[in-house]
Design a protein around this ligand. Structure first.
Ligand SMILES: [Zn+2]
Length: 165
């Protein structure tokens, strides 16, 4: 008999509006772009989707519940710090993150060359490993709010596990 293991899946989704002159943070990386994401924090859509996926797997509500955008403590906060706090919750509940898969939806800029740095940056938090983070990107064929460059969206799924039930 092998050791029993509990696994749970989580899903996350996030959207931010794009505006000229704002910085564009994705996956903890500042990406040169005419338009950036607008939000209470640094508006990092990928990190927010990943946080929500992890919180979902833990069945601990969502990012807005833990870090309300009405709370001045979180105004302008780096999303990497929120991700680290979510990692703390993973550890507190005795889980580890098995892997993450994610997809970004944006028309431009092209972000393919930044994906390795995003993975490396995300892996600097305590619960993630670079080789277990997948980041994909797609346009939406000029359709919808992402296609019109009005916004950026991200989806993420995560698998968490713990030994012994
Ligand atoms: Zn967000």
């Amino acid at each position: 008999m092998g050791m029993l293991m509990k696994i749970k899946v989580g899903f996350g989704f996030d959207v931010h509006k794009l505006k000229e002159g704002e910085p564009l943070w994705i996956g903890g990386v500042n990406i040169p772009s005419e338009k950036g994401a607008v939000g209470h924090s640094d508006a990092d859509v990928l990190i927010h989707a990943i946080c929500d996926a992890i919180l979902g797997a833990l069945n601990l509500r969502d990012i807005g519940f833990h870090f309300p955008n009405t709370d001045p403590e979180y105004k302008g906060i780096e999303s990497m710090k929120l991700l680290e706090k979510v990692c703390d919750m993973v550890r507190e509940h005795k889980y580890t993150v098995n892997n993450i898969d994610s997809t970004l939806c944006l028309e431009k800029p092209k972000i393919s060359e930044y994906i390795p740095l995003m993975k490396k940056t995300l892996a600097s938090v305590s619960c993630l490993n670079e080789e277990d983070i997948s980041i994909k990107a797609t346009t939406t064929e000029k359709l919808g709010f992402t296609g019109r460059e009005e916004g950026i969206a991200a989806y993420a799924v995560v698998l968490i596990k713990k030994h012994g039930i």
